[in-house]
Design a protein around this ligand. Structure first.
Ligand SMILES: *Cc1c(COP(=O)(O)O)cnc(C)c1O
Length: 393
């Protein structure tokens, strides 16, 4: 039987032609495609500005800079995510303050985030317990809390209102990692419009793709100018050619990628509804299974944007054994996420060990991402589910 890919981009001939057309012009970077893509993207999300960059990770890095995070500064974030959402803090020598997640959604637990913000802002004796183990024992004063960085995991928005309230109270920046959540809505507000800035990503497994690429959105004029400067070697928007005002990067999105992004964005609703249909096929088949629990979409998620389809494996079945048995049937599947604090680099640098974030670690052990893409057929979903349900003890 033909094997089922873990994910696939959904591309049309018109989209391939849009990329090829760029190659007949002299503009392969900094041209009309990125401008058009940014304008259309800002209009879609509903923000004043959109700034294209060459990956979601680059976008997160620039958002962390805009939030003023520097040496030793603290950022509250989630350990149940893709590693980029914490690495971007380390790029500026900041320190991620992980707090555990909600057991239903896997998103940042607002109560714990609020407790951490209060302790860290009031400098109470309890503040230290939020720091990574390797820094907890030090006598140095904890750094200054600058931002909260929630992730909309799997395409379901984090519970933002309590986070926004505590951020406003203490003057903290809020950066949404919306890399998995294009088109998602939280209480009828679109992901990307909730924080001071939000970042989207367009790797080929995302809901829409540019190959590599990302987009930062914001309402703030000053931040948009800063993002445009930082992505282009620190040149100020008003600077003469090659006048560099600050340390910048080459995080530009090329014109071929932007052309593909613009074309994909024009049928984003179709891309999202095809994925929702595939998710519904999975849920239909797994709804009655005690051993493979479908994802829960909460009442606050007025629109889910399906990035992945992740089931929870219940005992006596074990997730890693299920992965092996699916692989033997020619079906790929992945653990998703592996908790960030237990990644080798974070253990070494910050002294984390298992037990630090029990909910995250539990989800990390039972979560299984199944093959998922808008172009999947109902037959393929059937094959995956038949293989899963055959493991029912
Ligand atoms: C995809 C993703 C990113 C960014 O990925 P890039 O490969 O750099 O575009 C960041 N955070 C999360 C949660 C993601 O899923």
């Amino acid at each position: 039987m033909p094997s089922i890919p873990m994910s696939s981009p959904d591309l049309t001939d018109a989209e391939r032609a849009a990329v090829a057309a760029v190659l007949t012009t002299p503009f392969l970077s900094i041209g009309p495609q990125i401008e058009a893509f940014e304008r259309a993207f800002a209009a879609y999300v509903g923000t004043r500005h959109a700034v294209g960059v060459n990956s979601g990770t680059s976008g997160l890095h620039l958002a962390v800079i805009a939030a003023g995070v520097g040496e030793g500064d603290l950022v509250i974030t989630t350990p149940f995510s893709f590693i980029a959402s914490a690495n971007c803090i380390l790029y500026e020598r900041g320190i991620p303050v992980f707090v555990d997640v909600d057991p239903v959604t896997g998103n940042l637990d607002p109560e714990q985030a609020i407790a951490a913000a209060e302790d860290l802002m009031t400098g109470s004796a309890a503040a230290r317990r939020w720091l990574p183990p390797a820094l907890r024992e030090s006598n140095a004063r904890p750094g200054k809390l600058k931002a909260i960085l929630p992730v909309h995991a799997y395409g379901q928005p984090a519970d933002m209102d309590p986070l926004l309230t505590v951020a406003r109270h203490y003057g903290l920046a809020v950066i949404e990692d919306a890399c998995e959540a294009i088109g998602a809505e939280y209480r009828h507000r679109r992901a990307g419009t909730l924080g001071d800035a939000a970042v989207f990503a367009f790797y080929p497994n995302k809901q829409m793709t540019t190959g590599e690429g990302g987009m930062i959105v914001t309402e703030r004029d000053d931040w948009a100018d800063l993002f445009r400067s930082l992505r282009n070697q620190g040149r100020d928007v008003f600077d003469a050619w090659l006048n560099h005002t600050r340390l910048g990067y080459n995080y530009r999105l090329d014109e071929m990628s932007a052309a593909l992004g613009l074309a994909q964005l024009q049928r984003i609703e179709e891309l999202l509804s095809k994925r929702a249909r595939v998710a519904a096929w999975y849920t239909e088949r797994l709804a009655d299974s005690e051993f493979f629990r479908p994802p829960t979409v909460t009442a606050d998620t007025t629109r889910m944007s399906w990035f992945v389809y992740v089931v929870r494996v219940r005992p006596p079945l074990r997730r890693d054994e299920v992965i092996r048995r699916l692989a033997a049937a020619g079906i790929p599947s992945r653990p998703y996420f592996t908790p960030i604090h237990l990644q080798p680099f974070y253990r070494q640098r910050f002294g984390y060990a298992p037990g630090a974030f029990p909910v995250t670690e539990h989800l990390g052990e039972v979560s299984l991402a199944l093959p998922f893409a808008g172009v999947m057929s109902e037959d393929q979903v059937d094959r995956v589910c038949t293989a899963l349900l055959a493991m029912t003890p």
